[in-house]
Design a protein around this ligand. Structure first.
Ligand code: NDP
Ligand code: 2IT
Length: 445
């Protein structure tokens, strides 16, 4: 690592102690972008990267609520408004017990580059709470969401900051949050995305992240003259992103053989077909059960406490959470013949794992490029809300495919490395340029 990156990272660590995921996300970007900044001193002079790592605003608030047994519970709420250089702050809300400032800052930082890559006018933000929706009743989730929005509403708006879902925040939570926002503001606007279809939501938004990660994989394969047909795929997670990845991969002729949750993974060598996937939708989204029940139902292997990465596959779609692929896992994947990784999750691969993928020159699309389809269709939901009309499924899907194609092209443009493509550099530099130029245009703010 060169001296300017080392000293830049020393300052970031000193200023933001105990935020290790944030350091990790910043370092990955700095390694790609610093050489580019050296060649373009105007960014250096205006301290663009130094400004980008400082959130424009951080909001931290108390979220008190009453559980079903009448006990008072207290959680912590956050919204990180990272960058509004190219549009209103935009990014999801995560409800998970692991949520803290450092995790949300890493996610908000990634979001800035990701949103820039989508070609749509969206700045970057992220928020959430250490609230754990697991095991809570619908009424408890509703009361929590109402309390959370009772503070958040004063900071957001359709032209200011537009939250959406992430881990632990799906259609149910967005509904409760929207209902409370509307009541407090007396205004029906597109202030959240991922809304229900009959109250301002967009077709394809639930599908968008998984579909997008699959379209990205398809683009990478096409560049090599290959296709998804016949590819054996390992998918982690079993939530929103994992479910629609399995759906699209299967539709394109691939075979998904794994799913997981935080307790373990299932291995179904026959493939998760449409009928089995319907069971997963019901299990995870309605019954809110564990993936082990899939193994019980379809008589396949359940691997307690294990991730899917030792299963032989051609393509891997990490779609659960950050740092779920270690260097060891990466080596195992490569050794077993895996030649493509498309990251549905945000920062699922540890830095040493990324090194393994890059050294072996396998097709590796980092999260900020591969999972940008979700926020891209959120941007399309905002556009439809602004026009007070709805596009058809085909219209939204065509636009999503066009956006993923464009993201792939941007990665190739900025990441070309001899006869291969470094998608990490491509996504980081490609995402950086638009935001950095907007910052130069707008002065020191
Ligand atoms: P969901 O809440 O729908 O599903 C999350 C899945 O990941 C669950 O199967 C969950 O298992 C598993 N998981 C969560 N945390 C952990 C953990 N610490 N260890 C192991 N497994 C874990 O979330 P999404 O599918 O929406 O999100 C998945 C990933 O995709 C996240 O990284 C998110 O940031 C990213 N993403 C999501 C987008 C979206 O539009 N939803 C857009 C872009 C990226 P369990 O039930 O046991 O917790
Ligand atoms: O990480 C992400 O891009 C998301 N969770 C989706 C954000 C959004 O605003 O749709």
């Amino acid at each position: 690592m060169s001296n300017d990156i080392v000293s830049f990272m020393e300052k970031v660590r000193a200023k933001n102690p105990a935020e290790k995921e944030f350091h990790q996300a910043v370092e990955e970007v700095a390694e790609s972008v610093m050489p580019y900044i050296r060649q373009n001193p105007r960014y250096q002079k205006a301290r663009v990267l130094e400004r980008m790592v400082e959130p424009e605003r951080v909001i931290l608030f108390r979220v008190p609520w009453v559980d079903d047994s009448g006990e008072v519970q207290v959680n912590r709420g956050f919204r990180i408004e990272m960058s509004s250089a190219i549009g209103p702050y935009k990014g999801g809300l995560r409800f998970h017990p692991s949520v803290n400032l450092g995790i949300l800052k890493f996610l908000a930082f990634e979001q800035v580059f990701k949103n820039s890559l989508t070609t749509l006018p969206m700045g970057g933000g992220k928020g959430g709470s250490d609230f754990d929706p697991k095991g809570k009743s619908d009424n408890e989730v509703m009361r929590f969401c109402q309390s959370f929005m009772s503070e958040l509403f004063r900071h957001i708006g359709p032209n200011t900051d537009v939250p959406a879902g992430d881990i632990g925040v799906g259609a149910r939570e967005i509904g409760f949050l929207f209902g409370q926002y509307k009541k407090l503001r007396n205004e029906f606007t597109g202030v959240l995305t991922g809304k229900g279809l009959n109250w301002g939501g967009s077709l394809i938004r639930p599908e968008a992240t998984g579909y997008g990660a699959t379209y990205m994989a398809q683009e990478m394969l096409q560049l090599k003259g290959e296709a998804m047909e016949g590819k054996v795929c390992a998918v982690s997670g079993s939530g929103n992103v994992a479910q629609y990845t399995v759906e699209k991969v299967t539709k394109l002729g691939g075979k998904c053989v794994t799913l997981s949750d935080s307790s373990g993974s299932i291995y179904d060598p026959g493939g998760i077909d449409a009928e089995k996937l319907a069971f997963v939708f019901e299990l995870k989204n309605v019954k809110r059960g564990r993936i082990k029940e899939y193994a019980d139902k379809f008589k396949c292997e359940y691997r307690e406490g294990k991730r899917p990465w030792d299963i032989k596959c051609d393509c891997a779609f990490p779609s659960a959470t950050q740092n779920e692929i270690s260097a060891e896992d990466a080596k195992t994947l490569v050794k077993n013949g895996c030649t493509l990784i498309s990251e549905g999750a945000n920062m699922p691969t540890e830095p040493a794992g990324i090194e393994v993928f890059l050294e072996n020159k396998i097709l590796y699309a980092p999260g900020k490029a591969a999972n940008a389809g979700g926020v891209a269709v959120s941007g399309l939901e905002m556009a439809q809300n602004g026009m007070h009309l709805n596009w058809s499924r085909e219209e939204v899907d065509q636009r999503l495919q066009g956006i993923m194609k464009s993201i792939h092209e941007t990665c190739v443009e900025y990441g070309k490395d001899g006869d291969s493509v470094n998608y990490v550099n491509g996504a980081n530099i490609g995402g950086f340029v638009k935001v950095a130029d907007a910052m130069l245009d707008q002065g020191i703010v």
